[in-house]
Each structure stands twice: as structure tokens, then as C-alpha cells.
Design a protein around this ligand. Structure first.
Ligand SMILES: Nc1ncnc2c1ncn2[C@@H]1O[C@H](COP(=O)(O)OP(=O)(O)OP(=O)(O)O)[C@@H](O)[C@H]1O
Ligand SMILES: [Mg+2]
Length: 291
């Protein structure tokens, strides 16, 4: 059984909320997100070619692939920032392909994106950043906002940073705050664009744990774009691997290990190379000349 943000953070679920949630769950047989033969080009550059995949409610899908294959473009199509040239896109059980801004604003209340940079408001404190979607939504008094903001910051591990400005935080901390802000909008689905790049391995691990916690505690549907195979193996119910505009693999992490696709195997092998265990002797063998 999933919990809402409020039940997790302030524990005040109502029977009405429970009924509404259960009727949502009865739609589980349909995919929550779907790309149905989607193509997208910029000029003569074909970024996505006939791409299809489905994600059910509560599932996590990881999108893998080399730089420039269209991973971020895929997320931007889900958010309606970009439109496909061909194919249909379903988000929150609705065909959004032809939606204008007004309908997309409604969809973006359900599906939110955590940008790589965090995209926080620089002039607002951490607490005010997280409070922003709550104030926009309305209906909460200051004490309730305060309680939810504190609960969310605690949940993502930056509870003591409420009064700091984003500039005072590390990249990883900014990303945690961005996740807290995304959560305060009470989304059904979160899209993460490379959540663990540019942070140290420990922070990457913590962010991975946080995304996993949100998946299980809030039953959030998630799409995670990443190069981090360890993260993908940990989080993904499904993985897609994009290469030269096409889906060259679509399946579970276990199935991916057995994929015959050369590029997928190269990716897996590269990732399993533990460069930190390379001793000086190995380096001497690997590199010509003196070290
Ligand atoms: N708005 C745009 N206008 C023109 N070209 C674009 C636009 N957005 C993306 N592209 C191009 O589409 C291709 C895919 O970009 P995308 O950002 O999706 O790559 P990516 O897979 O996310 O790569 P990375 O791992 O480096 O983030 C790139 O060649 C990029 O230059
Ligand atoms: Mg990208």
C-alpha cells in the first residue's frame, strides 16, 4: 500500500483520500507512461526513431545510452516541452501528444521533473524553494507549510539546511533539495535527469537510496536517466537502452545482462571495470613510457 506525501510527512490521511487513491490504483492494468512509435528530429538530425516503451504505475524505468542519444529529449517529450514528429505519447493515462500549454500545466501537476542542475530559485532559501509549490497550490496555512517543508527536507537528508541559499550547497545537496521541492507538489511520477552525475560516490549512493525510498514508500512512478549502471541495477524494474535513435534493449536488469547487443555489452563491461583497483603496476603495463 502506498502513502501520500502527507501521510509520510505529517500523517493525516483521510478516508476520502484513500478512496481516491484506490480508484487510481484500479487503472493499474493500463500503462501510466507510454511512447508509441515516437520519432523526433531536429533538422536532419534524427534523434529518436520509432521508439516504443511502457511504464506502469509504481514502476521505475531507467533510460541508458551514450551521450547525445536522446535521453533528455525523451524526458522533455514526456513533460511536453518538446513534441514528437510522429507517434503518440501517453502520460498519466492521457494521450498528451496534441495537448497545448493549458492541459500540460494540469499534467505537470502530476508528473514533475528533477533537472540535473536542480534548477532551484537562487534568491530563495532552501525552505522557500520547497515551500513554493505548496504556496502555489494554496489551502495550507503557514504552520502546515512549515511542517511539510521540514518533513520533506528531513526525508531527503538536508533537514538542517532550511535557511541556506542554494549557492551555499554542494551539487548533491542541491539535487536533494530539488527532489524535496518536486515532492512538495505531490506528484504521481518523477522524472530524474542524471541524478547521480557530478557528485561523489557516497552522495551518489545516498541519492540512489533516496530515489529507492520514494519508489517504495510513496509508490511513485519514476523515469531515471542515467549512465550509472549500479544505480540502474538498484532501481529499475525496466531498462531501455537507446542507441543511434533506436531502442536496442528493453527489459529487466537481469535480461540486460544476457543481451546479445554489442553496444549493451560494451556498456556493461565498461561499467564493471573497477578503475580504482588499478595498481601502479597495471598502469605501467597499460601506459607506454615512464610513470
Ligand atoms: N532543442 C533542441 N534543438 C536542437 N537540437 C537538440 C535540442 N535538444 C536536443 N537536441 C539534440 O538532440 C540530441 C540528443 O540530445 P539529448 O540532450 O537528449 O542527449 P542525451 O542522451 O541526454 O545526452 P547526455 O547524456 O549528454 O545528456 C543531441 O544531439 C542534441 O544536440
Ligand atoms: Mg541528457
Amino acid at each position: 500500500m502506498s502513502d501520500t506525501i502527507e501521510t509520510v510527512v505529517v500523517n493525516n490521511s483521510t478516508p476520502e483520500a484513500e478512496t481516491a487513491r484506490r480508484s487510481e490504483e484500479s487503472r493499474d492494468d493500463k500503462p501510466y507512461l507510454e511512447f508509441d512509435h515516437v520519432s523526433k528530429s531536429f533538422g536532419d538530425k534524427h534523434v529518436l526513431r520509432d521508439v516504443s516503451w511502457r511504464v506502469r504505475s509504481g514502476e521505475t524505468m531507467c533510460i541508458l545510452g551514450r551521450s547525445g542519444v536522446g535521453k533528455s529529449v525523451s524526458l522533455h517529450n514526456i513533460m511536453g516541452f518538446l513534441k514528437p514528429d510522429a507517434g503518440r505519447i501517453w502520460v498519466a493515462y492521457e494521450d498528451i501528444t496534441d495537448y497545448g500549454e493549458k492541459d500540460m500545466e494540469r499534467i505537470r501537476k502530476k508528473v514533475t521533473m528533477v533537472f540535473q542542475s536542480g534548477a532551484l530559485f537562487d534568491s530563495l532559501t532552501v525552505g522557500e524553494n520547497v515551500a513554493f509549490p505548496l504556496r502555489e497550490r494554496g489551502g495550507l496555512d503557514e504552520a502546515q507549510i512549515f511542517q511539510i517543508v521540514d518533513g520533506l527536507l528531513e526525508m531527503v537528508g538536508v533537514g538542517h539546511m532550511r535557511d541556506l541559499l542554494p549557492a551555499e550547497l554542494s551539487t548533491g545537496m542541491r539535487r536533494s533539495v530539488a527532489i524535496a521541492r518536486a515532492l512538495s507538489a505531490e506528484p504521481e511520477c518523477i522524472l530524474y535527469d542524471e541524478p547521480t552525475t557530478m557528485v561523489d560516490p557516497m552522495m551518489a549512493h545516498l541519492l540512489g537510496d533516496l530515489i529507492q525510498k520514494l519508489k517504495y514508500q510513496l509508490k511513485l512512478t519514476s523515469v531515471v536517466v542515467t549512465h550509472d549502471m549500479a544505480l540502474a541495477q538498484k532501481l529499475a524494474d525496466k531498462l531501455i537502452f537507446l542507441h543511434e535513435g533506436r531502442v536496442v534493449f528493453y527489459g529487466t536488469p537481469k535480461e540486460m545482462e544476457n543481451s546479445k547487443e554489442e553496444i549493451v555489452q560494451e556498456f556493461l563491461e565498461l561499467d564493471s571495470t573497477d578503475f580504482t583497483s588499478f595498481g601502479k603496476t597495471d598502469l605501467r603495463r597499460a601506459l607506454p613510457g615512464d610513470l
